[in-house]
Design a protein around this ligand. Structure first.
Ligand SMILES: [Zn+2]
Length: 209
């Protein structure tokens, strides 16, 4: 009796096999905007990485805040701070996407831009303008990416201390490295960038005083 049952299962499997192959073939031929055999839209390759969950849930905690450390000290290459206004500061991104990549942020530690007082909000945006002018003068980019990733879910690396990114852009400056190796080729060293900005802001402040 058991043997008969086993034979039936084998036969059923044989019948199912070509059907499965057919479905797979169909999926390969279909454009990505259609649904899969079960009705899920946009079939595509998904690499499940459950071990990444600890990062999503922030189980890996960082001690201290680099922006607050920079806010408490004078501008220096150690903190990467190149300029301070009354309520804001300009810092070089330690891992720049491009030469001259700056961060503009309030001196006080806060993760929600809506919590800034009107005075501090204005100061932040005046400083953003000063930073863009600096990049324009020193690097003469063809364009800029200026943006704020507001909150961890929006991609902020340090979500508890808001910061604008200013990334100078040139035509054709994108390559495939960031996609495949989490790496980016930046031709200027951080130290050179830092000294260029520092010199610029020094002469700017001397001109103002
Ligand atoms: Zn902070």
């Amino acid at each position: 009796m058991a043997a008969v049952k086993q034979k039936k299962i084998v036969k059923a499997k044989k019948r199912a096999a070509p059907k499965k192959a057919k479905v797979l073939k169909k999926l390969v031929r279909q454009p990505s905007s259609v649904v899969d055999a079960d009705g899920w839209p946009s079939p595509r390759n998904v690499f499940f990485r459950p071990e990444r969950m600890k990062y999503v849930r922030k189980l890996v905690k960082v001690s201290g805040c680099v922006f607050c450390t920079a806010a408490k000290a004078k501008p220096s290459f150690e903190s990467l701070c190149v300029f301070k206004s009354q309520h804001s500061q300009i810092i070089l991104n330690k891992y720049p996407y491009n030469n001259g990549h700056l961060l503009v942020l309030p001196l006080n530690h806060l993760g929600n831009i809506l919590d800034l007082s009107p005075e501090r909000y204005d100061d932040l945006h005046q400083t953003l303008r000063i930073a863009m002018e600096a990049v324009q003068r020193l690097y003469a980019p063809a364009g800029f990416n200026v943006g704020l990733n507001h909150g961890a879910s929006a991609g902020a690396g340090i979500p508890d201390h808001i910061h604008y990114h200013i990334v100078p852009r040139w035509g054709g400056d994108l390559n495939f490295f960031p996609l495949i190796a989490n790496a980016k080729i930046v031709v200027e060293t951080l130290e050179t960038s830092y000294n260029r900005f520092l010199q610029y802001f020094d002469s700017l402040q001397r001109g103002q005083s």
